[in-house]
Design a protein around this ligand. Structure first.
Ligand code: HEC
Ligand code: HEC
Ligand code: HEC
Ligand code: HEC
Ligand code: HEC
Ligand code: HEC
Ligand code: HEC
Length: 502
């Protein structure tokens, strides 16, 4: 009996609010029925303001006049009339913003009754609105990309309104987007360029991203940007709309990288298999490949060894900190990016390593100018016609296309290719890197599309160099059975590789 009663009571308490029967006297206390929304409202900026006695902040009734008035439909938040009126509702108090918003592309679309266009609450939330300065706000600098992407990354929406579909991906692959993904909040987000409540199509002269206004917009952060040259396209996506020069650079590297690295893999793979067969299957003793430690001529002079160590350390740090920008989600990148929201640790370390790298380059140049011994040793690195023959013959031999192993000079084509690749790579990386480092100055004197090309070269050349070091250099100094586990020349100056063996 007691159970039956309590079931009835529960059912009754459910039915009462729905029936509207008990509403008239309780309507003012919205919280008693709309519990979740009231909670959200209380934690939001408006609820907090009301709680703190700010009479200017809205309560439920102010935004929901006539709620539950069955004679009108406009009180229902899902109705078109209600949505359309939201800018005015918020505009009762935030009038300046509402006026600005109404003449923006979004505001005009709302006015035309386009449901997909954002009203105030689509960006700010409805009841739990908080200050944009708080990290949890959907319009906080850290979250703006996500908020715009909800619509501008939506394929159906962009197709329907004829908007470019690549805005999010192109932002993500830009320097700003990459740095933002790493956590930086000083770089540009969608709103830094497009504005917030005053967003207009770029074709509109009043738009912050109209070509005419870009120098000022970029100039907020890059003083003097574009004052001499037009800035060009900003959202650059691979494919059809990519500027011509950029496409050529990408295509060139997309042939060069597989070509060069492919040759290296074939060359070293064949070499390894041949030596493996000799040692393991034919049973030739390992020692016959080595010259004993300490024997042999000096291959690296002390000065060269010092340069090599500095180069190696700065190269590894540069590669790590550079690729961390492009791949911020990888495990090896994360530790570096821990402080990125407040400090640009990654960028600073990258630049410090670049300074060391440039110093080594300079040191190398100076020692060649001032030391006769080093210069003499260096001339042995000059390519000769003979090297071409040795390369071809040895490659054919390694692939098993000739039986005869060709004699190879002491400073072989392998070392020479390595050395000149480093020289070439260093020149390219230093030139492009310096212009990107000095982007403030560069944006003033160089058209932006050129910077995009430099940026692209900087990335692809780094990729090529890193792969070459791993596949080519590491093979000959580490994985080659002749020297495994390591060629000691970089420490002792003497190689355990037999002279002329390769
Ligand atoms: C006695 C309980 C009760 C009280 C008090 C109450 N409501 Fe409601 N309200 C409901 C119920 C139940 C519904 C859903 C019924 C419907 O959609 O018609 C609803 C619907 C709504 C809706 C429409 C939701 C939608 O999705 O269309 C709004 C807006 C609303 N209430 C606002 C308020 C406001 C503002 C107050 C205080 C001034 C308030 N309500 C007080 C019970 C209540
Ligand atoms: C600053 C204005 C504002 C205040 C204050 C406000 N609302 Fe709302 N509310 C809105 C807007 C705008 C929507 C519709 C959002 C949309 O559909 O995008 C909405 C939607 C709703 C809905 C229906 C949609 C849903 O989320 O279920 C209910 C119910 C509601 N509000 C109740 C309340 C109650 C109760 C309070 C007070 C605790 C309150 N609102 C305070 C602006 C406000
Ligand atoms: C009745 C007046 C009123 C209405 C209507 C109103 N607001 Fe507010 N709003 C305020 C007041 C007052 C504050 C300041 C609260 C504080 O700082 O303590 C505020 C603060 C805010 C803030 C935080 C600003 C900041 O810098 O911290 C945002 C965002 C905001 N409102 C958005 C909205 C949106 C969106 C709507 C419409 C859905 C809306 N407001 C409707 C009065 C109103
Ligand atoms: C497309 C997304 C978007 C829409 C739509 C939008 N806002 Fe904002 N709003 C933002 C962003 C982003 C910020 C933060 C700007 C900043 O940090 O300077 C902001 C900041 C604010 C602020 C606090 C800062 C200030 O300038 O005082 C208020 C208040 C505000 N908006 C109200 C509104 C109102 C009212 C509407 C509707 C008329 C609206 N917003 C529509 C994105 C939007
Ligand atoms: C709720 C969905 C929505 C959100 C959120 C949104 N937009 Fe939009 N946006 C639209 C729609 C829909 C249009 C097309 C309006 C039209 O053409 O009538 C548009 C148009 C634009 C345009 C003009 C495009 C053109 O060429 O006409 C720009 C620029 C723009 N939005 C930038 C932004 C930025 C920046 C943000 C984030 C701060 C943002 N939008 C957030 C839906 C959204
Ligand atoms: C560094 C400045 C900058 C940033 C950051 C930026 N944009 Fe743009 N955006 C522009 C410029 C400039 C244009 C004009 C066309 C062009 O140059 O690509 C544009 C064009 C657009 C358009 C096409 C409509 C038009 O007005 O031409 C949309 C939509 C758009 N951006 C959305 C976004 C979104 C969403 C984000 C964030 C994910 C974003 N933009 C980030 C500068 C920027
Ligand atoms: C909110 C500030 C802000 C705005 C606005 C801004 N940038 Fe940047 N931008 C940065 C920051 C911060 C960096 C990183 C600078 C550094 O590390 O040296 C950067 C870096 C760059 C770089 C160099 C990195 C690279 O690899 O390409 C270029 C080029 C650039 N911005 C172009 C632009 C252009 C063009 C605009 C205008 C359409 C613009 N920025 C608008 C903050 C901004």
């Amino acid at each position: 009996m007691r159970i039956l009663l309590s079931v009835c009571a529960t059912a009754f308490s459910f039915l009462v609010p729905l029936s509207g029967w008990a509403q008239p006297q309780e309507m003012s206390d919205c919280a008693s029925c709309h519990e979740d929304i009231s909670k959200a409202y209380t934690s939001g900026v408006h609820g907090q303001a009301v709680k703190n006695g700010n009479a200017g902040a809205p309560d439920c009734a102010m935004c929901h006049a006539d709620a539950h008035n069955d004679a009108k439909t406009a009180w229902r938040p899902s109705s078109q009339e209600f949505r359309k009126a939201v800018p005015d509702t918020c505009g009762m108090c935030h009038s300046e913003i509402a006026e600005q918003f109404k003449i923006s592309v979004h505001g005009k679309a709302v006015e035309q009754g386009i449901r997909q266009a954002p009203i105030c609450t689509d960006c700010h939330g409805e009841h739990n609105i908080i200050s944009p300065k708080k990290i949890d706000s959907p319009v906080n600098a850290a979250n703006i990309r996500e908020t715009c992407a909800r619509c501008h990354g939506d394929v159906r929406l962009t197709r329907r309104f004829g908007l470019p579909a690549d805005r999010i991906t192109s932002f993500d692959s830009s320097f700003h987007g990459l740095a933002a993904k790493s956590g930086s909040q000083t770089v540009a987000n969608c709103s830094s360029c497009h504005g917030v409540h005053n967003i207009l199509p770029s074709a509109d002269e009043k738009s912050t991203v109209n070509a005419k206004n870009l120098p000022a917009t970029c100039g907020k952060c890059h003083a003097g940007a574009g004052s001499r040259f037009s800035l060009g396209t900003i959202h650059i996506a691979e494919g059809k709309q990519e500027p011509e020069g950029l496409r050529w650079v990408r295509l060139a590297y997309l042939f060069l990288i597989p070509g060069v690295i492919g040759f290296m893999v074939l060359h070293n793979g064949a070499d390894w298999i041949r030596k493996f067969r000799m040692l393991r299957i034919q049973g030739i003793p390992h020692s016959s490949l080595h010259s004993a430690h300490g024997e042999g001529e000096i291959r690296m002079l002390p000065m060269e060894r010092l340069q090599h160590i500095l180069l190696a350390v700065s190269f590894i740090v540069l590669a790590w900190t550079g690729f961390a920008l492009k791949y911020p989600d990888e495990w090896w990148a994360r530790p570096l990016l821990l402080w990125e929201t407040t400090k640009t640790v990654r960028g600073v370390v990258h630049r410090a390593a670049a300074v060391v790298f440039m110093a080594v380059t300079l040191l190398h140049l100076c020692t060649l100018i001032f030391s006769k011994t080093l210069r003499h040793h260096w001339t042995e690195m000059f390519p000769r016609v003979q090297d071409v023959r040795e390369t071809v013959m040895n490659f054919l031999y390694l692939l098993g296309l000739t039986k005869h192993k060709p004699a190879i000079s002491s400073h072989s084509y392998i070392e020479k290719m390595e050395y000149w690749a480093v020289v070439w790579g260093a020149i390219v990386m230093i030139l492009t890197g310096l212009l990107l480092w000095g982007n403030g100055l560069a944006l003033r004197y160089i058209p932006k599309p050129w910077l995009d090309i430099l940026n692209s070269i900087h990335f692809y050349e780094a990729l090529l160099a890193t792969l070459a070091i791993v596949v080519w250099h590491f093979y000959f100094v580490i994985f080659d059975p002749e020297v495994y586990p390591m060629d000691t020349a970089w420490m002792t100056g003497k190689s355990i590789r037999k002279r002329g063996n390769n």
